[in-house]
Design a protein around this ligand. Structure first.
Ligand code: C2E
Ligand code: CA
Ligand code: CA
Ligand code: CA
Length: 382
């Protein structure tokens, strides 16, 4: 049996591949999905201690689903021969029973595929029995059904009050539980890697909508991309495709990222950032001033926009340390040629002071809350 590591996003096997081995997950998560229904449908999420791919090994049929590493994994590979040897050593009755059970499972699976029904949803209420797998599956299905939608929050010129662009913020419009905040479902998506599909889905929808707005000074669009995207090389081709498909000018797109993307493979992350920069996309460092962010990352990363977190903004009303910090940040960003966007502006006093300190772009409930995309676009055009 062979131990090996698989990077997030790597394919382990595809539907219809011959089944030559089974896997035991030691670390990480593997997503099993099918595209037989015509779209990508998540079937299950396999975690530490669980086995997958064993059905085909037992009955010799090809794979009926695709397996992909949802995050970096450590797996143990069990070949057909090893499996058969183990099976040979067990009681004939047990081996027979196993083969019968697999046949019964196959039959049920075929009936399910033919009817192309959704997998049975475990409880949709989030009780203690509501497992991570069930939540992942609910979210993946919600994404396939188009329930994950972008809201837009305007980014505003503090001096004139004019809207300059928007930030796209994901919402789950659930027919069961109503409008749900990203804090409710994104942490799980971050955990399992589903966040990548969510980000690209949101990106496509807002890029198409914003790309269709013309005029002399059309809005730009800020899109959040999880650190996940900076661990493999698909972000650039994916974004290129989206630009082409949606017709949005790359100069109107801003990728919001946090510096946690520097944790795993900083060189790869930096390369992806410069590739994005090279096609004209601006990079915005999100949540600057919260725990992790530090000045030291700024000169390493090709950052064009600094988004100052609300926690740094709340103290600026009184003369004192927080205001001094803000003042030096603003002058530093000017020296580095970066634009500053203040997040979470909730009152006029703060907006006025920030403007006096030399910051002229902000975002916050004072100007507008995130709103449905159509509403935001109608307001822009009005
Ligand atoms: P974020 O990127 O820092 O987004 C700003 C958050 O602050 C949003 O929360 C926004 O609604 C909220 N906000 C805006 N103005 C104000 C204000 O004046 N006061 C206060 N108190 N809050 C304000 P939201 O929409 O709940 O999003 C939470 C976080 O979820 C985002 O924080 C972002 O990290 C993540 N997120 C949202 N959508 C996406 C997405 O499509 N992809 C990824 N990867 N992350 C997303
Ligand atoms: Ca953001
Ligand atoms: Ca932020
Ligand atoms: Ca945040």
């Amino acid at each position: 049996m062979l131990n090996f590591s698989v990077p997030a996003g790597d394919l382990l096997f595809r539907e219809d591949d011959p089944a030559d081995c089974a896997y035991l997950v030691e670390e990480g998560w593997v997503e099993i999905y099918t595209e037989r229904t015509g779209w990508r449908q998540s079937l299950s999420l396999i975690g530490p201690g669980e086995i997958f791919g064993e059905m085909g090994v037992i009955d010799g049929s090809p794979r009926t689903a695709t397996a992909v590493a949802a995050e970096d994994c450590k797996l143990l590979r069990i070949t057909v021969d090893q499996f058969q040897a183990l099976l040979g050593r067990s009681e004939p009755f047990h081996a027979e029973l196993l083969v019968k059970l697999v046949a019964r499972f196959r039959e049920a699976q075929r009936a399910w595929m033919d009817g192309s029904l959704l997998p049975r949803q475990e409880s949709s209420a989030m009780g203690p029995g509501y497992s991570m797998l069930a939540r992942h599956r609910d979210l993946a299905c919600a994404l396939d059904r188009g329930e994950i939608v972008p809201y837009l929050q305007p980014i505003v010129d503090l001096t004139t009050g004019r809207w300059r662009g928007f930030e796209a913020l994901a919402r789950w419009q659930s027919p069961v539980s109503g409008l749900r905040s990203p804090c409710d479902f994104l942490p799980l998506a971050e955990r399992t890697g589903l966040i990548r599909r969510i980000d690209l889905h949101i990106a496509e929808r807002v890029m198409r909508a914003i790309g269709s707005i013309g005029g002399t000074a059309p809005p730009y669009i800020n899109i959040n991309f999880s650190a996940w995207h900076f661990k493999d090389d698909r972000l650039l081709p994916n974004i290129r495709d989206l630009l082409e498909k949606t017709g949005l000018d790359a100069h109107r797109m801003r990728v919001e990222l946090t510096e946690t993307l520097m944790l795993d493979d900083p060189n790869r992350a930096l390369r992806i950032m410069s590739d994005l920069e090279a096609i004209g996309i601006k990079l915005a460092l999100d949540d600057f001033g919260t725990g992790y962010s530090s000045l030291s990352v700024l000169h390493r990363m090709p950052i064009h926009v600094l988004k100052i977190d609300r926690t740094l903004v709340t103290g600026v009303l009184a003369e004192g340390r927080p205001r001094s910090v803000m003042r030096s940040l603003i002058s530093l960003s000017r020296e580095l040629g970066m634009e500053i966007v203040i997040e979470g502006v909730e009152d006029t006093e703060t907006a006025t002071i920030l403007e006096q300190l030399g910051c002229n772009v902000g975002q916050g409930f004072l100007f507008a809350k995130p709103m449905p995309m159509d509403q935001a676009i109608a307001a822009w055009k009005a």
